[in-house]
Structure formats: structure tokens, C-alpha cells
Design a protein around this ligand. Sequence first.
Ligand SMILES: [Zn+2]
Length: 53
Amino acid sequence: MGAIEIELDPLPCRWCQKLIKQPRWWRPKRHCSRWHRVKSRLTEALASVLELL
Ligand SMILES: [Zn+2]
């Protein structure tokens, strides 16, 4: 057919390990929802703060 098809493996959510289908190969999703991304960011921020203390 000549069309370029890029197969993407579903990535697990960093928060709940749920597999996420990747609709866009140029911007992989690492979290299944916005809320999980927020939670993940908050814990990362908290961890870095705790390291500084
Ligand atoms: Zn999740």
C-alpha cells in the first residue's frame, strides 16, 4: 500500500499501570488520565522537596 504505519506498544500508566493506547506517536502518553498526571507530578515535586530538606 505504501502507507507508513508505525506500530505503537501501549504504555502503562505511571500511576496505576493501566495500559494506555498511544494515539499519537510524537507525543506518547504516560498517564491514563489528566488526574493521574497531576498526582504523579505532585508526588515528584514532593519527593524533590523532601530531598532538599
Ligand atoms: Zn492511571
